[in-house]
Structures are given as structure tokens and as C-alpha cells.
Design a protein. Structure first.
Length: 406
């Protein structure tokens, strides 16, 4: 059981999504429920295929031009997001050797690798030496630690679409164990190529072209007319610190869990999801009745949504308010969990819940959905759920400062 008064908390947030860079852009977009969906057009994504999704604006120029030229899109976005979180948390006055970083995500650069494969075919001798390390999952963390004064533990964790939450769990454990005073959990931008998009569609997980003429209607988590997730570029950094630093916090992190359900593929498993919820609540010292808001995984895949609804009912969470952040942002894959944790805390601070776009005919009308309009709501205890291909199930419990929303 976690003592809420001494539980580590989030002291800084940085974020990038289809609404732009920064918490202010995210908050405005969440509560206004703006439409940022369109046909994907980045090189390496084959615009002729008509894939629908969300792409970020170009990141602000923080790196020097010389360094930026050899840094991937995922790396440049991470720098922008971490810059906001760093300033928000006031980390300049923290010993660099007591600051750590956990990057959530693996295989982050496939679009750039696909472009390189096509660009250097037939002229392999001209391949730039930087490709000898860019393909490594450590590159984003190395880019961040080279730019910022991060001299504590730095590592990368891969957990498919649960990577952002797993990075947060790993960062939380580093702080609890005393390995660092501050650890940044980064849900990294997963830069998909057209090959990845084609593969996701072939599995039946990604949405079809049914809404090709109406991109804003394609992303429909928990709606009867859903037919798959819609990809959305995003990235988020959460700065986690022990309460010994005595800095203002967005939320306490009371408990969390990650469990495997034994599935190799994309199939969800309600038993595994329920077990993660039980373990997270037990660690937090709470009952299901204490949770007043749930931010579900809610991707928009028929099997995934129906399985998660079964989980919410079986876990005794029918009373809680629920909305789906992916309906506004798309599915950020490795970044999704961290970005949606940021959404939870911004709603907690605002005392409001954002709408769920395109939730016209909910799969289960008996749950307490937030549909077309933002609603006031005092969040005391929130539950964030995140799942990944390969049988990965996570849950995290957050508490408002002093158990009361600001």
C-alpha cells in the first residue's frame, strides 16, 4: 500500500501532438475537440495509399543546425518535448548525476530506415556513417542526454503500445529505489513507414479506408461504427520526482502494474487486463469504488474495444467517468501511454473532462461516457490503462495533489 503523502509525483510535463507543441496546445485541443485527422503525407508513407492519421508540425529548432541534420524526427521531437518538461520542472537546479531518463519505445525509426533503403539502393558505398548507430533504440535517449544535463541512469524499454506507461513505471521504480532523485519518462515518437502501416492494416488492427473521404470520422473508439485504430504521431515527457524535492506536482503516482497474458500476437486478453488493474489498485491501497475517472486504452479496434469493455465491467468500474483520448489524438503507439497520462493530469488540473470524438453510439450505453461535450468533473483518483501487442497489460493509478483536483 502506498502512502499518498510520500508517493512520488509528476513535477513537469512536455508534450507534442497533432494540436501542436506544448501543454497549452494540448489542453486547448482536448477541450475543444478539434479535428486534426487527414491523409498521411510524410515521405516514406506512400500518400497514394490514402492512410489516414495525424502528423506533427515540424519541431522547433532547438538543436544546432549541424546536430539537427544528423538527428531523426523522433530525436528532434523528443528534444522539443523534453525542453518543455525540463523547464516546467525546473531541473537546472538538480544535480545532473541524480537525473535519469527512461525512453519508452522500440523500432522507432522505421520510416527513415525505409527512405534510406530506397535512397541508397545501388550506391551503398555512400551510406552515411551515422546509420551505424541511428538504428539502435538507444539513439533517442543518447540524443537527449547529449543535449541536456542527464548523467544518471539512461535506458530504453520496449512494450509495443504500452511503452509509454512501462517507461513511467520504470522511472517510478528508479525514484522509489533511490537510484535517482528525478527520472524523466519519455514516450517516444514511433515514426512508421508505409510498410508498417500496411502490416498493421493486414492484421486488421488499423482502420480501413472506409472513411477515406471523411478523415475526421475515421477514429471512433468505443463506437459501434469503429473498424480499427488510426495512427497519430505524438510524444510526451513526464518528470517524476520524490517528494523530497518539494516541488509542485501535477499528480501523485500511487501504483502501477505490468503483466503478461501469454499471447504472442495482437489479441487482447481480459483476464490479463483485470489482473493488471487489481495489482495497481492493491499497490495504491484503493478499491475500484475509489476510482472516479478511467482513461482506457480504447483504440477503436472491434476486438480490442469489446475486450476492454468486458474488463471495465468485471473490474467494477461502471461508476467512473470515461473518455477516449485517442479519439482526439490518434494512436501514438509507443508514445500513447505517456501522452494519455499527460491528458489525465491536464484534465485533473482543469477540473474538466475532454469530449470523445465520434462516440455517437457507444458499444455499452450503461457506462459513464463523456461524449460530444466537455464536462466538469473533480478527479481525485484516476486509472490509466494501456496495452500492447505481445500480451502486455498495464495499469497506473494517479491521485490529485492532496487527493483533490486543483
Amino acid at each position: 500500500m502506498t502512502d499518498q503523502d510520500t508517493a512520488p509525483g509528476v513535477i513537469g510535463i512536455g508534450v507534442a501532438c497533432g494540436f501542436g507543441y506544448g501543454k497549452a496546445s494540448l489542453s486547448q485541443g482536448l477541450f475543444s475537440a478539434g479535428n486534426v485527422f487527414s491523409v498521411l503525407h510524410r515521405p516514406g508513407r506512400d500518400a497514394d495509399a490514402g492512410f489516414i492519421g495525424v502528423e506533427l508540425p515540424e519541431p522547433p529548432a532547438i538543436l544546432s543546425p549541424r546536430v539537427a541534420r544528423t538527428t531523426t524526427l523522433s530525436g528532434r521531437v523528443a528534444i522539443a518535448v523534453l525542453d518543455e518538461a525540463w523547464r516546467d520542472a525546473g531541473l537546472d537546479d538538480v544535480d545532473p548525476e541524480r537525473i535519469g531518463l527512461v525512453v519508452g519505445g522500440s523500432n522507432l525509426l522505421s520510416r527513415e530506415q525505409a527512405i534510406a533503403t530506397e535512397s541508397y539502393a545501388g550506391r551503398l558505398a555512400y551510406l552515411p556513417p551515422r546509420f551505424g548507430h541511428l538504428f539502435l533504440d538507444t539513439d533517442v535517449g543518447a540524443t537527449c542526454s547529449a543535449h541536456f544535463l542527464i548523467r544518471g541512469p539512461v535506458q530504453t524499454v520496449g512494450a509495443a503500445s504500452a511503452s509509454g506507461v512501462v517507461a513511467t513505471l520504470s522511472a517510478l521504480e528508479m525514484v522509489r529505489s533511490g537510484r535517482a532523485d528525478v527520472v524523466i519518462a519519455l514516450g517516444a515518437l514511433q515514426d512508421l513507414s508505409h510498410w508498417d502501416l500496411l502490416g498493421m492494416r493486414a492484421t486488421g488492427a488499423m482502420g480501413s479506408g472506409r472513411f477515406a473521404q471523411y478523415p475526421g470520422q475515421a477514429c471512433r473508439p468505443m463506437d459501434q461504427d469503429h473498424d480499427g485504430f488510426i495512427y497519430g504521431e505524438s510524444c510526451a515527457a513526464l518528470v517524476i520526482a520524490s517528494n523530497a524535492l518539494q516541488k509542485p506536482i501535477y499528480a501523485h503516482l500511487l501504483g502501477g502494474a505490468q503483466v503478461a497474458d501469454g499471447n504472442r500476437g495482437p489479441e487482447p486478453d481480459s483476464a490479463g487486463q483485470q489482473r493488471a488493474i487489481r495489482l495497481a489498485l492493491d499497490q495504491a491501497g484503493l478499491r475500484p469504488d475509489d476510482i472516479d475517472y478511467v482513461n482506457p486504452h480504447a483504440t477503436g479496434t472491434p476486438l480490442g474495444d469489446n475486450t476492454e469493455l468486458q474488463t471495465l465491467r468485471a473490474a467494477g468500474l461502471q461508476h467512473a467517468r470515461i473518455n477516449a483520448s485517442k479519439s482526439l489524438l490518434g494512436h501514438g503507439l509507443s508514445a500513447a501511454g505517456a501522452t494519455e497520462l499527460a491528458c489525465v493530469m491536464l484534465q485533473m488540473r482543469a477540473g474538466r473532462l475532454h469530449p470523445t470524438r465520434n462516440l455517437i453510439n457507444p458499444l455499452d450505453e450503461h457506462l459513464h461516457w463523456v461524449q460530444a461535450e466537455s464536462v466538469p468533473h473533480r478527479i481525485r483518483y484516476a486509472l490509466k490503462l494501456s496495452y500492447g501487442f505481445g500480451g502486455i497489460n498495464t495499469a497506473m493509478v494517479l491521485a490529485a495533489p492532496d487527493g483533490v483536483a486543483k
